[in-house]
Design a binder for this molecule. Structure first.
Ligand code: KG4
Ligand code: ZN
Length: 338
């Protein structure tokens, strides 16, 4: 191992992925092991918190060993430990935080707690080696829908957020009611390609003029009402048309508000982050609008969009550089503010 390079070991366990990554100089991934519990939770139609924490506990040591092995290092080579300490499921977060702290204490390695959203935003530093703040970030996942103005590596301001369901949550719920199953996002993405996005005119919810907040729960109810009305009338439901029309209604609002934020806050780059950033229609629509407006769109690879520890490592590296280490009192916090 070349000991001249700074090595970060990172942990992510906020939801249903147990992940450990090793990074060199904050931006080069040496390993990024992700143990997904998706198959386990699929039979329940969503993540069951107690089951998630138990599986994190069962998997974490194995994932640690594999990450070190794949990177070709030992714990003696690690210079910094980063761990997601919120927001997320408290029992799930605790497994990552306790493991990270135990290693930090035993090996006397500095540790920093990372905000999960900050991690998602930092995924772009891995793909785009020259990327530096300032930029606008759109974070769209199963738990979050945030427009974030990133002014420095460790400074960001939430300009808009969802007032009810997160966008990924809306995708998952709508997929369930139209019979696509869990996880709904990728399934709607695929099925919608076969449907007509203008078949059903679901209302676009923009909220008050100038607001950069979002609301998706009304749309979810509108889909349910549509399905009930059609079923009562004995009409056949075209799954692809419902998926495409729902998706169009969601993405029209997200793309409009993102472009409005970029203009108002004078940014020339948008970083797309979070699980829903893997959505092909969202990428396509944003790319088109960014081209029109002369804005650069930066999208990490799909594996870095969904929950993973490499993105936490990138965030940890810059947090440590600007703010130094946390002490071992740093703790898992279910609703940690950004
Ligand atoms: O970031 P993530 O892995 O976990 C959270 O922090 O929430 O995001 C998971 C969410 C799920 O709701 C999933 O349905 C959604 O991202 N998702 C997608 C796609 N791939 C994943 N949504 C729409 N289109 C996709 N291709
Ligand atoms: Zn996430």
């Amino acid at each position: 191992m070349n000991k001249g390079k700074h090595i970060t070991m990172a942990f992510e366990s906020s939801c249903d992925e147990t992940s450990v990554a090793i990074l060199e100089e904050g931006r080069t991934v040496l390993s990024n092991v992700i143990s997904s519990q998706i198959d386990i939770h699929t039979k329940f139609g969503g993540v069951v918190p107690e089951i998630a924490s138990r599986h994190h506990l069962e998997n974490i040591n194995m994932v640690v060993d594999q990450a070190l092995d794949e990177a070709g290092i030992t714990l003696d080579d690690v210079d910094l430990i980063g761990v997601t300490y919120g927001p997320g499921l408290i029992g799930a977060l605790l497994v990552g935080v306790a493991t990270a702290k135990a290693i930090a204490w035993a090996k006397d390695i500095p540790i920093v707690g990372v905000h999960h959203i900050h991690g998602h935003i930092s995924a772009s530093y891995i793909k785009y080696k020259d990327l530096e703040p300032p930029f606008m970030a759109l974070v769209v996942s199963g738990g979050h829908t945030n427009l974030v103005e990133v002014t420095d590596y460790n400074q960001c301001k939430v300009l808009g957020q969802t007032r009810d369901d997160a966008v990924g949550e809306a995708y998952d719920k709508v997929a369930r009611v139209i019979g696509l199953g869990y996880p709904g996002g990728p399934k709607i993405d695929k099925v919608a390609k076969e449907g007509n996005p203008n078949a059903i005119d679901f209302k676009r919810v923009y909220l008050e003029k100038g607001s950069l907040d979002f609301s998706f729960s009304g749309l979810k109810t509108a889909v349910l009402n549509y399905l009930n009305t059609q079923r009562q009338a004995g009409n056949e439901i075209n799954q692809a048309d419902v998926a495409a029309s729902f998706q169009q209604a969601v993405l029209d609002v997200i793309v409009d508000k993102t472009m409005e934020a970029v203009k108002t806050f004078k940014k020339d780059k948008i970083v797309l982050a979070g699980g829903v950033a893997a959505n092909s229609k969202l990428r396509e629509m944003l790319e088109e609008r960014c081209k029109e407006e002369g804005v650069k769109l930066l999208v990490p690879d799909p594996i870095l969009c969904t929950d993973n520890a490499a993105m936490i490592g990138a965030a940890a590296y810059y947090k440590f550089k600007t703010m130094g280490a946390d002490d071992l009192h740093m703790d898992a916090t279910a609703n940690l503010p950004l």
